[in-house]
Design a protein around this ligand. Structure first.
Ligand SMILES: C[S@@+](CC[C@H](N)C(=O)[O-])C[C@H]1O[C@@H](n2cnc3c(N)ncnc32)[C@H](O)[C@@H]1O
Length: 182
């Protein structure tokens, strides 16, 4: 099994709010990342504490599969170096993946869920027409072998201090959902 990292604390995250479409400027859209690759500071949208707290109470996560030392939400985590897309997952897994590459993370979760106790992934809920949703989530949602929870309202993600000066970027103009493989 690939090495993963450990962390003692859970970072602070904040609020729930709505956002107007006009004020949001995408920076890691599929059409933008093709040549330059995804910007990690843009992908570093941290789960609001108000959302994560009750989820952690319910699921008691042991591994955060997409994280860094200062945003990990479980006692063990994979960061860019350990590479959650190439490592073996185990236990009770939380994953708020980089939204620039949802397909790779959903496919990975589907595979790793075979030997994990559970995997919970926070995903955008406005891409259900895309191949990754249609291939990896929709069939199993329909046959009841995974659960999808569509979240009320829009999340306000937290971002690393000083790396994202435009607070409007914290509030993507789409709803999110939780996909749960057990
Ligand atoms: C959306 S943030 C999630 C932050 C926090 N762990 C959470 O759940 O709220 C995604 C994180 O995954 C990290 N990341 C990106 N690619 C990764 C990879 N291949 N393996 C592990 N982590 C990765 C990013 O650096 C970023 O810190």
């Amino acid at each position: 099994m690939a090495a993963c990292c450990s962390v003692a604390g859970v970072p602070g995250v904040s609020g729930v709010a709505t956002v107007s479409l006009i004020s949001f400027r995408a920076q890691n859209h599929r059409q933008q990342v093709g040549k330059r690759g995804a910007l990690d500071k843009v992908d570093d949208r941290r789960t609001p504490r108000e959302l994560f707290g009750p989820l952690h109470d319910e699921f008691r996560f042991t591994l955060d599969a997409a994280a860094s030392a200062d945003n990990a939400l479980a006692p063990a985590f994979f960061d860019l170096e350990a590479d959650g897309l190439r490592s073996r997952w185990s236990g009770r897994v939380w994953c708020n993946p980089p939204y620039s590459d949802c397909g790779a993370w959903v496919r990975k979760a589907s595979y790793e869920a075979q030997w994990c106790e559970l995997v919970v992934m926070l995903l955008p809920a406005n891409r259900t027409e895309q191949a990754w949703w249609q291939d990896w989530i929709e069939p199993r949602r329909r046959d009841g072998s995974l659960e999808v929870r569509f979240l009320r309202g829009r999340l306000r993600f937290d971002t690393p201090p000083g790396t994202y000066s435009d607070p409007r970027g914290n509030r993507p103009p789409f709803g999110c959902c939780l996909v749960i493989w057990r």
